[in-house]
Unconditional design. Structure first.
Length: 200
């Protein structure tokens, strides 16, 4: 009886030691998991993928990009930068066309397939004259970008829903700046710098 009792006591001690080791291992693994989760959460960079064709040919559908989510905490937005934002329940990737205080001019073409074209400043006089002489073709309008907002557009103008439709977006809707985005093409349809906007 004494031997049996002693053997059972030793077995229980081994079980307690095993449970303690398992508990320590689980605690260690949980701690490592928490560190990894915190590192991912605190890392400002995130990999994303382009959905749709509104940024072609600069960025193709299914193309991967790197997003810097902390960039605008220490930098101001600049024309030509590509950003990711969420507006109206949809996450989008577009290029910054107008900054606060800028005036962006548009010509709204009429017809079976209405289209809004973002005008360059050199085009403005001719398009204003066209609107006056042939109003049946379309009309001019403009956006003055308010403080704290951005006017954005896709590089593929005819295939993009952007600020021409829903207006300038608030800065607090911006997730971050696309680090790996190519510069805009030197073509007015894709937008290049200050020739697209004017200041009041």
């Amino acid at each position: 009886m004494n031997v049996a009792i002693g053997h059972a006591s030793g077995l229980g001690s081994n079980h307690r030691l095993l449970r303690l080791r398992i508990s320590r291992r689980m605690l260690f693994e949980a701690s490592i998991g928490m560190v990894v989760v915190m590192a991912v959460a605190l890392c400002p960079f995130k990999v994303g993928m382009v959905r749709g064709s509104s940024m072609t040919p600069s960025m193709s559908p299914n193309q991967f990009f790197v997003l810097d989510r902390g960039y605008y905490r220490s930098h101001k937005p600049v024309q030509g930068e590509v950003i990711v934002f969420r507006h109206g329940g949809t996450t989008m990737i577009k290029r910054i066309i107008g900054l606060p205080g800028n005036t962006v001019w548009l010509f709204d073409f009429k017809g079976d397939e209405p289209y809004s074209d973002i005008l360059t400043l050199p085009e403005l006089p001719a398009m204003r004259l066209l609107a006056e002489r042939k109003p049946q073709l379309g009309h001019l309008r403009f956006f003055v970008v308010p403080d704290g907002k951005l006017f954005v557009a896709g590089d593929f103008r005819s295939g993009s829903v952007d600020s021409r439709t829903f207006g300038p977006i608030p800065m607090d809707e911006v997730y971050g700046r696309v680090v790996s985005a190519p510069p805009p093409l030197p073509n007015r349809k894709f937008g290049r710098g200050r020739d697209l906007v004017s200041r009041l």
